[in-house]
Ligand binder design. Sequence first.
Ligand code: ATP
Length: 893
Amino acid sequence: MDTGHHPKTKQYFQFSTDEVYQQLLVDPHVGLDKNEVAKRQEEYGKNVLTGQKKKSLFSIFFSQLNDALIYVLLAAVIVTVAMGEYTDGIIILIVILINAFLGMFQEIKASNAIAALQSMASPKALVRRSGEQFEVDSEDLVPGDLVFLDAGRYVPADLRLVETVNLKIDESALTGESVAVEKNAEEVYQDEDVAIADRVNMAYMTSLVTYGRGTGIVVSTGNKTEVGKIADFLKEDQQTKTPLEIRLAHLGKTLGKLAVGICVFIFVVSYFQGRDLTEMFLTSVSLAVASIPEGLAAIVAIVLSIGVTKMAKQKAIIKKLPAVETLGSVNIVCSDKTGTLTQNKMTVKELFTFADKLVDVDEEGKIQPEEKLLIEGMVLASDATLESDKQTGDPTEVALLMLADHWGINRKEIIENQPRIKELAFDSDRKMMSTLHEDQNGYKLYVKGAVDNLILKCNKVLEQGQQIPITDAHKTLISEAVDKMSAKALRTLALAYKEPSKNIAEDQFEEDLIFVGLVGMIDPPRQEVKDSIQLAKNAGIRTIMITGDHKQTAFAIAKELGIAENTDQAITGMELNALDTQKLANKIENYTVFARVSPENKVNIVKAFKEKGNIVSMTGDGVNDAPSLNAADIGVAMGITGTDVAKNASDMILADDNFSTIISAIEQGRNIYNNIKKSVVFLLASNVGEVMAMFTAIVAGMPVPLLATQLLWINLITDTLPAVALGMDPGDKAVMKDKPRSIKENFFSHGAGKRIILGGLLIGSLTIIAFIFGYYEHNYSVFDANIPEEVHAYSRTMAFLTIIACQLFYSLSFRNERKSILQVGLFSNLYLIGAIVLGFALQLLVLFIPVMRESFKLQLISVQDWGIILLFGLVPMLINELIKWIYRIRRRN
Ligand code: ATP
């Protein structure tokens, strides 16, 4: 057996299908035996394109060091060591290392989370193995596997096709040719010099089935495939930064520049103050450290990755990280009806023919010939299967098979008597499908589809066993039947047929048809959806129903769910087509139900809503849905019924196809954004506090209140803990009472900027006061000359512990912009409590372990001073709580 590499020997496109079976030792009726699959998996490995080498731990670690701040710090290490200040040098080095380790850990965790999401969204392949048909992960395919292709699927490996039914494949990813290639399994080439693009009996990995269906045998997998041989293809860089991350990186840069400015300024001031060179250098470094929020990027990455992992557990798989942010701004959710708003569990309730007119399927009665033909035709024109309780395929079709069983029609017999010889697949533009059958009497063609489309193709009806020309009276009767069914929210499907005298071509299928009748099936709405729609409404989000179904049926369901109140809010695709772009945009907001839409209508609907300044999410599942998913701000693909194309074009995948999941994803998105904002605002407030303290002291001519090593410790260790914990805050249900966040809004809106400044001012002043108080206790003024070193150290310890206490307590107040700490629940984020306890514990370690104490140049302080520190520590938090309280009272009045 061989796997695709054979320059001299015959290649697979030169083999007949039988030769392929022999070569790859596979029985086409059974597929590979499961044991054989296991053996081959061992031999050939995973069917994945491996090109991107995984980054090594080593390189991740070193990439953490590639940062301007770290350079400054490394320079500081060298200078301090050169000056003989070994302990300082070592401390700075240790902090750098801890920081790099934390950064590395965060990066690994974030990339694992993303990798897990990607694998959840990875394509599946439909195979036959050991005689059974089922889906497997595409990466588990082996040479010899029997794979089924249908429209919307990616070709999961290189295949030699063995059966093709109107199969068309878009190979542009491989050949650059944008027109889909018509495939033919029967073709066998003699010549070995056939270009890839011309081999119509082959299907290549990563190309896309756009039409029809087919079966193929896997001939090569992974890097042995044609696409695997193209090295460039694999170098695609998957890492995309979200707008949020880009904005934060920008902010970081601005702050960095500001830091340099401050340093230069301080340098000049200190020079004139006559401070010594060493101190000046260390002070500048400390200030740089204080002003750059270095933890920012890592914290945002980790909060995002935790958030998307949590969303995935709740069935919303984020494919593109920026979507998390956009979700919070969505104000229009366009959703498919069938399967998303409804259960997609269809049951035929009524049927209509010109024999008995409208009948309830549960009512006993003699079955009329027209009714028999209706059901038989529906069965023959279906691809679904139903055996005891095992079913595959479209639920609409399964319902038809169930109807046949319910009426005691032997499905097996009719399928055996009239084998299918040709077919024209369903698509959501035509809204119908047809199959051609042959029996002893000749040919029969059945077409099933949407009544309004099908009726246009009929020129006769079947009445009392006669094929008679269709009249307006017939059409009225049909449309009355449709109206009656639709008013009960029944989904209608019509059948027509004809008896061609010869084996006709597909383009002659859907014309000159004879109308037989129609069925009406119920598809109950999902229970939870009604509440979700109400929840969305309260959150300023409008739900729009987009469906291929009939207008009245759609409206009946929309009304039941609270999407529409009167029929004016419903419009059909045809009516949309009559409006030009501008008119559509002007009227779009009047509608909530779009029925009988085509994929093209969907794009126009999205564009019109966007034109009006809305942020739109759109669902899709079909082959033709990619354009509308791309056009939407958030494209949402169905995880169960969705095609690979739709999934690929989407920003988010619904693992359960459920509308309610979209709304809970929006809630999560809002919460994640808020959490990131809390972390960032907290970090910035802390940094402003540090800069304030240092800056004021230096400009005022005082000794520096915090040493470089102390600042580093606070900034890289103590600050980071509560910032990460804030990012993990449990979601607040109340976010769904707010309007969607404006896309233009930035981090500093809603008073966040003020809180940063206020918090910073408070923290900075309290630190300075504690610092001065240290001198005062020892009967010195902070401006005195010749103060003993212990007094400096004591006062710095006061400043050090105060700033930490302020920051740790203050973090509690950041959890909610309006609610008090107690309303939010003091213990509802145990991570934060843990971070605060750990933060204090670390300070105690630094203080009480003698080596540490000496290294950080700290002093033990009196019990009374501990009291002062705790008291000071509570002030910023209490003031913030007071402000929130005033705000709440004002709002209430
Ligand atoms: P939604 O767009 O909300 O998912 P839908 O399933 O009705 O709703 P489509 O799948 O585009 O949308 O179907 C449109 C119409 O085509 C249906 O209302 C039905 O009349 C017809 N139809 C659906 N499935 C089939 C099928 N398997 N064979 C023939 N006609 C079908």
